[in-house]
Design a protein. Sequence first.
Length: 663
Amino acid sequence: MSIYVIINHIYTVGEDSMKKRKRICFLAFSQGYAGHISKLCIENGINADVRSCDEDSMFFVCRDMLNEGTKLFIAAGADLRNIYGGNADYLMNIRHHTVDYMRTEIKNEKYVCVLHRDCEYIDCELLSRKWNCKTEDVVMHRTEVEKDRFFFKAYTEKILCVGPFEYEEHARRMGVRYKTINPSLETVVDAFEKAKSILDMQDLEERRNRENVLRLEQYKVVFNFTNDAILAIDENGKIIAANDMVYKFLRWDQNDRLEGKHITNVVKGTKMIKVMEKDEGDIGDVFELPNMTVLTHRIPIVINGQKRGVVSTFQDLAVLQEHEKNARLNIKRKKGFSAKYTFDDIKGSSQAITEVKNVAKSYANSDSTVLILGETGTGKELFAQSIHNSGPRAGGPFVAVNCAAIPKNLLEAEFFGYEEGSFTGASKGGKMGMFEMAHMGTIFLDEIGEMPLEMQVQILRVIQEKEIRRIGSDRVIPVDVRVISATNRDLKNEVEKGNFRNDLYYRLDVLELKIPPLRDRKEDIPEIAINCLKNLDYKSYKANEALWWSIIEELEKHEMKGNIRELQNMIERLNVMLKNSHINTTALFSEISRSIGDDSEEIRHTGLYEDDESPDLSDKGWEKKRIIKALKMNGLSRTKTAEYLGISRSTLWNKMKYYDIKL
């Protein structure tokens, strides 16, 4: 019977207990030897699991142990080649020391042969003094024939041999006197310490291999994640690396790997090889592939001062331009360069405003310049934003510039931007100008009539050439911008006076839009006022609806010189006054007359009342008068009157009963 002992006092942190127990296996080939090992372990607190098997089954036992996670076999008295065919990750023999031999009792011998393996060093002089006899150091790296000769000589000369268990059977078969040494505790511990070191090194190597594999996979992900195609060649022009985008750009089958192919056989007309003759490479070169135009950068690979190849990155120029466009749009949106209003926000149903809106809608799909003419407060920017949002540039920026609000000495910097250090006080990194910000969108030049003559020349050039140049730069930047301008001045008259350039006027006035003043479409005042009230204070409007309608009717009788802006301001002012409990309706109408500049007596002659009767300025009086007027306007139809007043038919009926209205 043979015994193998599984020693489990050396573990690797993090593994389960079964795998830990079987990482190291101590194999012994006699019950006595195994018993000795077990005794040493028990006496010294080493937890050992002892099992037995014969030599015929050792192959199968080792195979099963390897499958269960054993990494190292420590053997004594065994031919390691017989342990599962020598296929364990590591195989090691126990290495005996001089102290193992000294524990053997030798008496009355004149000559002793000390047998050991070539990997072991035994101090024979020390043993000679211990045993009081002559000793010979015999290394047993011999063939079977040489062993037979040695043991035959020892037999004939009656020499005592002392050595490990694996030589005992051969010696006794030859009739040689033989004493088997047993390993000391130091030898056993030393064996396991060496095993631990081996396994630690193996674990470290495996961990490094796993880390290298992980790092390699990470590099592959990064290498292939980018939208750039990355291609590298060695000094001989052979491809050494190519990411997935290269195969996509070249339309190359990934099953036919590019690595190892010469670059000239893959990319026709490539300049990569010539780059090795340069120090800095090619940056920002435009190159034509069969399927697309790319922007490429080529940089030499320098290792220890020697050029060992070239790496090239290239991007689809069309995609790059699209990304640049989106980046600009994101920057502009964050800065608030976007149009909020559409044609639905332009209130009014009169024929005058309807015709203007229809004309403006027809301009929306064009890319021609638009000149919007109109008095202050008519809503010129509202129309400009609506044209932008209804056209193909709706997704682009809308940059509004008030030409009258920018100091003359800053106009050029604001319109065209500047480079860093171009003048004292210039921002670090430079600044993008308004035209550049409006790229792929619309620039709205409000109050264009206020622009200085010297600036008009530059604006004309931008419109014609579609390119700008920042202050302090020699680089021309192309811009794709639609120009919409607006003014409350008579530009033809300004041209005649010499205040506005004739060529710029005709360049801006390709499409002209005239917005009528509010006095020419007074029928739109109620709709505009009610919309303003609902957005400003809807609760106040509903709580005082009848009074508000009377106020609006009063406003309809006056000319709004400030147009919609003045009307909105008036509504906001009256709304604030209405919330003051100390202000009555008489004060409200006095404020209307005062603000518009009319005679206060006109309040009493508004035409709201029959027979010029004095108005009842209480809320109830105003509401009764309003209902009577609405009934007359709608032919005494209660259904139409209720709809006109924005109330239900039953509510109208109740109010007529309450006010004793009988028509």
